[in-house]
Design a protein around this ligand. Structure first.
Ligand code: ADP
Ligand code: MG
Length: 341
């Protein structure tokens, strides 16, 4: 075969392979877009685990009629415009890939209205084939619908798991997002039923209530709150007491600039900090937020953006280890009575 340029839709479908692995990864991208748009309320509706329908509704800034088609174009973003912007990126998205990717592997509709616009506009895109914007009814904000995910990529569609499994992944994801953004209201529905909702929390009481609703009502009283800064890093959040350690590592949330990440440096520092106070085979629960200047961390490592690279890896490690070690000193399992309440 001679060398030839691939059609745009196929390029999008190839990119979709990296960004959209399953319904939960599409939901992640769409909810992050809502958060980047300043939404204070995000509703997620799924049918059949997301395989039949994913619908995300937000009350964010909205998209102008003339920018709708652009939003669905590859490498089109309102979030960065230069290398300097990329190196200091503070939004969840920046690659301009999610919408075109999702639209290329679903029956896709986006409806949006800017707060100052007279009306809403709706744009359909069927497996990458773009329509024309049509007038629509919608309050300020955006609704994105992706139906029949992977309907035109049978190899991917076959990889989808049971409805319950796929829905479980979305639930896990929303829990993580709800912890990262306690100021935002989230609602999650499945097959027409409201399954979970998180009310926004503004006071400390509301924060603890939401933490308990998300991780179990025992969590707030069985954890220590910390908030420490040094060397331009800030670590805040809740570390579970050793007495509340779990047999599974299923309540470990670590965020870098509010982005949930998996990172070996972080994992190692936490393991070490807990090493002295935990019994072998037990896993701590924690919800921790590391904040640092965005130029000190590269989030452009992988399309899904769940990996990061720290510029001063050693410093990050030592800061985390020292801060947590100090906080945990004296909490050795058995050294403290577990709180009977
Ligand atoms: P990225 O988030 O990397 O910029 P996306 O493909 O996810 O790329 O979105 C493309 C653009 O569409 C965004 O930069 C943003 O301007 C706009 N957009 C997407 N979703 C929303 C939304 N829910 N509300 C407002 N604008 C949105
Ligand atoms: Mg995005």
């Amino acid at each position: 075969m001679p060398i030839q340029l691939l059609p745009d839709t196929l390029v999008d479908q190839i990119a979709a392979g990296e960004v959209v692995e399953r319904p939960a990864s599409a939901v992640k991208e769409l909810v992050e877009n809502a958060l980047d748009a300043g939404a204070t309320r995000v509703e997620v509706e799924l049918e059949e685990g997301g395989a039949r329908l994913i619908r995300i509704r937000d009350n964010g800034a909205g998209i102008a009629r003339d920018e709708l088609a652009l939003a669905l174009s590859r490498h089109a973003t309102s979030k960065i415009a230069s290398l300097e912007d990329l190196e200091a990126v503070a939004t969840m998205g920046f690659r301009g890939e999610a919408l075109p990717s999702i639209a290329s592997v679903s029956q896709f509709t986006i409806t949006s209205r800017k707060a100052d616009a007279e009306r809403a506009w709706c744009l359909e895109c069927d497996g990458g084939r773009l329509g024309e914007p049509e007038p629509a009814q919608h309050p300020p904000g955006t609704t994105v619908e992706a139906r029949e995910l992977f309907y035109n990529v049978p190899a991917r569609r076959r990889f989808l798991r049971a409805e319950r499994t796929e829905f479980g992944h979305v639930e896990d994801l929303l829990r993580a997002l709800a912890l990262a953004r306690m100021d935002v209201e989230f609602r999650l529905s499945h097959n027409g039923k409201l399954v979970r909702s998180w009310r926004p929390s503004r006071s400390e009481d509301e924060l603890l209530r939401r933490l308990g609703e998300t991780l179990g009502t025992g969590f707030p009283s069985q954890s220590l709150y910390l908030d420490e800064s040094a060397a331009g890093f800030r670590l805040s959040g809740w570390v579970g007491l050793p007495t509340a350690a779990r047999s599974q590592a299923d309540q470990q949330y670590f965020y870098v600039n509010r982005r949930l990440v998996r990172d070996r440096t972080v994992a190692h520092a936490l393991r070490q900090a807990y090493a002295d106070v935990l019994y072998h085979g037990r896993h701590p629960a924690y919800v921790l937020f590391l904040e640092l200047d965005p130029t000190r961390v590269d989030v452009n490592v992988h399309p899904a953006k769940s990996e990061v690279r720290f510029r001063d890896q050693r410093l990050v490690h030592d800061f985390l280890y020292r801060t947590l070690h100090r906080a945990l000193a004296g909490t050795r399992a058995g050294a403290v009575e577990s709180d009977p309440l």
